[in-house]
Design a protein around this ligand. Sequence first.
Ligand code: ADP
Ligand code: MG
Length: 323
Amino acid sequence: MKKEFEFINWLRSQKINNPINLIAGIGDDAAIFSSPSNKEILISTDLLSEDIHFKLDFTPPDLLGHKALAVNLSDIAAMGGQANFFLLSIARPKTLPDSFLTELLRGMLELADTYQVTLIGGDTSASVDKLFLNITILGDSFLGKAVKRSGAKVGDEIYITGQLGASALGLELLLQGKRITNNDLTDIEKQALLAHLKPQPRLEFGKTLAIENLASSMIDISDGLSSDLGHICEESGVGATVSLSSLPVFPSATINQALNGGEDYELLFTIPSENNTKLNILSKLFPDLSITKIGIITSDLDRWLIDGKRKTPLLAKGYDHFA
Ligand code: ADP
Ligand code: MG
């Protein structure tokens, strides 16, 4: 097995892009970068714990590397920001082979390259028996342009990108024993497995919404629509009604998976209704991404699901680590 310094030297030898505002990356006690005065810094972190967030028996290492970075990029997307740099901390069980780490980094750096984000440091430790991955992501947005959870106003329309429930369906299939390497998967099964194992952050769309000043609030779907809409409503001091028939449910996913499954990493956002023509025009720039209106922000502080004439409470039933 590689020694810690050999691992770090190996990391430094990988193809890592080198933007002009990076003054010192991996190799010093701290990284240094400069940042333009018309921008604000965004910073966020996510921890992935083995057997809580992923299981090694069904997670290929390159896809784990991809996902660890993707979920962090998704947080920057949800602010409408531009992602720039990240730090990676790894606690590695002694039994994990070098080849696993090499593959993990390959998948991660491939995604980093796609979005031109740069690995600028991290920390490396041993762990007794589980793998832990932590990424801290740094991004920026123009002054005052970042989109918070707290800006939704009564009458705003609620939208979602993509489809819901694919990731939860993918997890269910993995737990049933399906693997991404199986060659008898249906198209739907394959898409669901990839939605879970290889989520795509909506960075470009989020950034465009923010630059065009269209969204009043935004969040990414990590816990599940019911919980994440709850976060917007609570932070904004408003309520919401969601129409069941308009929900973009992934084919063969259940309503429960779509509402509460989580890990779709789609963007949930609100816009003042006068912006909907502009949103329509903007959505044409993203022909591969569906954008669906699912409801409306209300003054009644509760959240409701409307199904024809039936109205049921939309309770936050997404993932809770401490539940
Ligand atoms: P220190 O003793 O100051 O923590 P380290 O020996 O841990 O320094 O790290 C040396 C350099 O390698 C630092 O620049 C650090 O940011 C970087 N580094 C360490 N582990 C990782 C990692 N897992 N990913 C990226 N960079 C790392
Ligand atoms: Mg260290």
